[in-house]
Design a binder for this molecule. Structure first.
Ligand code: ZN
Length: 449
């Protein structure tokens, strides 16, 4: 539920990958879909007691610390956006990008190696600027608020692994759009956009299945009774043959997460151990119901479709606008064609600006999906009270502002606010008045387990 785009949206070390693939957006969506982050702890083993089940759960009040984190977080977000656009501009206007290309040309000699060397050098140079910022936002700040368990060694190792993966995958594919630019200056955006589709699909499935296990241990679930209940819910949702994994994530974070992903043999239900630790059983079962809703309602596929469309649009805009920009500033930047690899920061900055503009629209869609997954989870489990208490503890644990204003929601929020969700959990009970359920047709049996 909360923070979706966690892995790829802000973390700087995957930026090379993003830049390269010309798929800043799709990659973000891929992670969006892969990591619907879930919610909510409490030792409220009492929640199930029958008389409390109908009691509305009050929306938590914010406190000073929460609001301080919220305000500082907005400033940091703004800083991150500025840096995302400012850093590529810096490399353009100082001529560093052109100089890096010159060095790559001396080392690489052949076109292919020039492109790859340029990409590696640019990524490393940018990483130098981004490292202190990342260290502050991901490590220092999270520890200062008591939200992280990660050791410094683990942060460094994870960062190094991410950067290496980004460089490796980037180096493997960066030459493709540049080759297309060279061979087909008029149609490159169309071909690149089409090539991104399979990449996007692969990314959506590869990240949770093969990349995530590089960072944490994916083991079988320890609590077999709970596993059985989760599998029963899955079966009722029409998800068959999924394996349940417990991820040893508590070494990195206190955040709670769960998701359902994969297809065929790789179909899996994944829970971070933090979720099992902090959530009462009913709260966890609601969260699983919500995640199964995403899976069954094909939110992933819808995302791929949106991402694909948005990528096309952004590539086309780059195609249309870059010529005029290069004519105007090309002398300062040190290149005269978009097919010159030194143009990569220009592509990054244009993609970044386009992302900023379209993100509010996309968040509107994701908020709708989240709301519908909540509805699915309630209809599947009828665990309204547990759903709400889960969010109360989530709010406390994550120091999340329960009810941010519309500006925050519009620009930054992929999920409805905690207040909105709790109000919905308190009120949505169509099964009690005999009204039709919206998603009943998706369930394999009418009975709630
Ligand atoms: Zn969700």
């Amino acid at each position: 539920m909360p923070t979706y785009c966690r892995y790829l949206m802000s973390p700087w070390h995957l930026r090379p990958l993003l830049a390269v693939a010309l798929v800043l957006l799709p990659l973000c969506f891929a992670s969006l879909t892969a990591h619907a982050q879930e919610a909510a702890p409490t030792d409220a083993t009492t929640v199930a007691s029958a008389e409390r089940v109908h009691e509305p759960v009050p929306v938590p009040q914010d406190d000073e610390r929460t609001m301080q984190r919220y305000r500082a977080g907005n400033v940091l977000w703004f800083g991150t956006q500025l840096m995302g656009l400012g850093l590529p501009l810096l490399f353009l206007f100082t001529g560093w990008s052109a100089r890096i290309r010159d060095v790559a040309t001396r080392w690489g000699k052949k076109w292919f190696f020039i492109v790859v060397f340029y990409f590696v050098l640019l990524s490393l140079a940018m990483a130098i600027f981004e490292l202190p910022w990342a260290f502050y936002t991901e490590y220092i700040r999270e520890h200062a608020y008591g939200l992280s368990n990660q050791t410094l060694t683990k942060w460094i190792t994870d960062t190094a692994i991410s950067l290496t993966i980004g460089l490796f995958i980037g180096a493997l594919i960066i030459w493709i759009p540049y080759l297309l630019l060279k061979k087909s200056p008029k149609r490159w955006w169309l071909y690149t956009g089409m090539l991104i589709l399979p990449f996007l699909i692969l990314q959506v499935f590869i990240t949770p299945i093969w990349i995530a296990p590089l960072f944490n241990d994916f083991g079988p679930m320890n609590d077999k009774a709970l596993e059985a209940k989760i599998l029963a819910l899955a079966e009722r949702s029409g998800i068959e043959g999924a394996r349940v994994f417990e991820v040893a994530k508590s070494e990195d974070t206190k955040a709670v997460n769960a998701y359902v992903t994969g297809f065929g043999d790789t179909k899996r239900i994944v829970l971070w151990d933090t979720a099992i630790e902090k959530l009462a059983e009913d709260e966890l079962l609601f969260v699983m119901g919500h995640e199964m809703g995403h899976f069954v309602m094909n939110h992933v596929v819808r995302f791929i479709a949106i991402a694909f469309f948005v990528t096309f649009a952004s590539l086309y805009l780059i195609h249309r606008l870059s010529g005029a920009l290069i004519r105007r500033y090309g002398t300062r930047w040190g290149f005269t064609e978009l097919s010159d690899v030194a143009s990569l920061p220009l592509i990054m900055v244009m993609m970044g600006a386009f992302t900023l503009i379209v993100m509010p629209l996309i968040y509107g869609v994701t908020r709708y999906h989240e709301h519908e997954a909540d509805r699915f989870g309630l209809e599947l489990t009828h665990l309204n009270h547990a759903a709400a208490t889960g969010f109360v503890t989530l709010q406390k644990e994550n120091l999340a502002n329960p009810d941010p204003g519309w500006v925050y929601m519009f620009f930054r929020s992929s999920h409805p606010s905690i207040a909105q969700r709790i109000r919905f959990f308190n009120s949505y009970r169509p099964w009690e008045s005999g009204e039709a359920l919206k998603y009943e047709h998706l369930f394999s049996s009418p009975e709630t387990p």
